[in-house]
Design a protein around this ligand. Structure first.
Ligand code: ADP
Length: 632
């Protein structure tokens, strides 16, 4: 792609400098080709004023015919009547006169009036007073011609016509050369006046168009500002933006790309001039690679707009999935800045390459920025809504999860009070429920601190074997271990002593083992640690119910749980795996799950062999006393 942004914008900046006269210059300055085009541009015909003018001409012509009646030239009556009928027909059917028909009618009028007058004067035998009148009829109709090319055609036709009249019906009152001089200069004066008028009209048209566009742009900016205040569906916002953008530039098309908020990637959010079914399909599919490439360039470029001339290959590859020829030679790409980063792009394209007025570029940037604000606001609201839902979910889950062990504790304490229950058994049940409560509260606190980014890694020398035996001691006392499921602890003897956060490593493994005991009651469990590819690889494997593929990603999110096929699932708040995943990430590692329903699950963790707390970028600082309080 040829990048001429700097070159152009440099010129534009120059043009925009100075005393603010650049706009006026843009209105007044017309290059020859553009001027000629404007002088021949179709313009609407007002039928009422055209009819009034034709009727007035008819009256004046009739009065002149009566005043200048000459019994010897009664033969001219036919010509006069024909001309009168021609004008009358024009006045009657004026509503049917579109731009083309008006032109032809007017050319006929010009020729008819000037030539018949000249002919009649020649037949009569010119004398000086008649000559002036004849010259006037040649001159006047020319200046009413609308299109500049018609002025040229008619001037040539009049010159040839007059030459023929002077040749075949020469005047007797004056010499033919004097008559040719007067009629020739009248035609030339008429042509010159008509051209000046056409130029003036063209200038007026241009300035009217300029004001129309200025109003249109101001309206678009105001509408965009209003859009910036709303928080609607993002596709609707994008669609509105595209619609407003194309109102600011003639014959252009617009495409809006948005960066996904949650995952990396872009999507087409809106496109003008494209069937709504196709837009819906485009919105849900990834954009063509060329568009992604363009979006990537915009992100690298920052907030500056990009102006390009596209060659046919680029046009073709960008238009993939879109209607053929959607992208033309002209392309302006404007980044949409959302929350201080490029979060979208507006692509404006047209068939013809054109230079963009710096004011227009500024307007587009302002519009894109307003929409960026709208998108930012919409996303913020979505996040707030999500947080609110999470909070509600948390309150619901916690109240439910707290109630069951508390009810057990209350029930068994009442039984103890009544003295009817076996004290040893009852105390065991009370202890198990209290431990369940404690775990729930600890998990909740851990999740809250992790979510707030308030946890940091503290490294020390770690022997994985001793970590395993610590966990085994703890797990043995837990109610989940009541099934006496065999647990195989296997730490590779070749493992070096590691530097990492011992407490976090313990919490990770313990959570996974407790889950295995909970969800695969009685099935053998295998916990192993060894070195693989320069990393510590930990595996916790069970032969329980397994986890369905659809849930294998979401169970690592807060409060996410799975109902297992067997029916009643053990109690839980859906925090364990979220904590495990967060801790592994904090320690710079990765967590994978291999699971098959009915076969079992293996949680696989890779951790760097040395984790230095001070190097862990995800770690956040906080007062040491607070960290100690929860063991982080
Ligand atoms: P909790 O156990 O408190 O519900 P977790 O975050 O630890 O929350 O687990 C989330 C979900 O993942 C559980 O509801 C459970 O369905 C599933 N799960 C976790 N570990 C296993 C496992 N070893 N086997 C089968 N399902 C599991």
């Amino acid at each position: 792609m040829r990048d001429d942004t700097n070159h152009r914008s440099g010129n534009n900046v120059e043009a925009a400098r100075g005393d603010g006269r650049s706009d006026i210059n843009a209105v007044l300055h017309l290059d020859t080709a553009r001027l000629w085009k404007l002088m021949n541009t179709p313009r609407p015909v007002d039928p009422h004023s055209a009819r009034a003018a034709l009727l007035m001409l008819l009256v004046v012509y009739a009065v002149a015919g009566v005043v200048r009646y000459d019994p010897q030239v009664g033969a001219f009556l036919g010509i006069r009547l024909t001309f009168g009928l021609y004008v009358l027909a024009g006045a009657v059917w004026v509503h049917r006169l579109d731009w083309q028909r008006t032109r032809f009618f007017q050319m006929g009028l010009t020729l008819f009036l000037a030539m018949t007058t000249a002919y009649m004067e020649a037949v009569r035998g010119y004398h000086l007073s008649d000559l002036a009148l004849s010259a006037l009829t040649t001159f006047v109709p020319l200046i009413f011609l609308f299109a500049a090319k018609d002025v040229l055609t008619m001037s040539a036709a009049l010159l040839v016509g007059h030459a023929l009249i002077l040749q075949f019906a020469p005047p007797s009152g004056i010499t033919a050369s004097a008559a040719a001089l007067v009629l020739g200069s009248a035609t030339a004066a008429g042509a010159a006046t008509a051209f000046v008028l056409a130029t003036y009209r063209a200038g007026m048209m241009q300035s009217r168009e300029w004001w129309r566009q200025a109003c249109e742009r101001e309206r678009a900016l105001r509408a965009c500002a209003a859009l910036g205040m709303t928080q609607g569906d993002l596709n609707w916002v994008a669609d509105e933006l595209a619609r407003l953008m194309i109102a600011t530039l003639a014959d252009c098309r617009c495409l809006v790309l948005l960066a996904e908020a949650s995952a990396p990637g872009w999507r087409i959010a809106a496109a003008t001039g494209v069937e709504s079914e196709l837009v819906a399909a485009l919105q849900s599919a990834p954009p063509p690679p060329a568009l992604l490439d363009l979006a990537g360039r915009l992100v690298r470029q920052g907030t500056a707009p990009m102006q390009r001339e596209l060659d046919s290959i680029q046009r073709h590859s960008l238009s993939r999935k879109l209607p053929a020829g959607f992208f033309g030679r002209f392309l302006v790409a404007l980044p949409i800045v959302v929350d201080d980063a490029v979060g979208g792009a507006v692509l404006l394209t047209a068939d013809e390459q054109r230079s963009v007025d710096p004011n227009l570029l500024e307007l587009w940037r302002a519009m894109a920025s307003q929409v960026g604000q709208a998108i930012g606001k919409t996303r913020l609201l979505a996040r707030l809504q999500q947080a609110l839902n999470a909070k509600n979910e948390f309150v619901n889950t916690m109240s439910h999860e707290l109630r069951s062990p508390l009810n057990v504790i209350i029930g068994y304490s009442e039984m103890l009070e009544d003295g009817g229950a076996d004290p040893q058994f009852t105390a065991g049940r009370i202890r198990a429920s209290a431990l369940e409560l404690l775990l729930l509260i600890e998990n909740t606190m851990s999740a809250a601190r992790l979510g707030a980014g308030k946890v940091r890694v503290q490294t020390e020398e770690v022997d994985v074997g001793s970590v395993f035996s610590d966990i085994a001691d703890v797990v043995r006392t837990l109610p989940e271990a009541a099934t006496r499921a065999p647990i195989e602890w296997k730490a590779d003897a070749a493992l070096p002593r590691l530097r990492m956060d011992r407490l976090k490593l313990k919490e990770i493994i313990q959570n996974l083992v407790v889950n295995a005991l909970k969800y695969a009651p009685g099935s053998p469990i295998r916990v192993s640690a060894f070195q693989a590819a320069g990393q510590l690889r930990l595996e916790v494997q069970d032969h329980g119910p397994g986890i369905p593929a659809e849930a294998q990603t979401r169970i690592f999110e807060m409060f996410e749980r799975v109902e297992h096929a067997e029916g009643a699932s053990p109690a839980g708040a859906g925090l364990g795996l979220y904590i495990v995943k967060s801790l592994v990430t904090l320690m710079g590692g990765s967590l994978d799950l291999e699971s098959q329903v009915g076969v079992g699950s293996t949680f696989i963790i890779h951790l760097p062999l040395t984790i230095d707390g001070s190097d862990t970028s995800a770690a956040k600082t906080e007062a040491p006393s607070e960290q100690m309080a929860v063991g982080y």
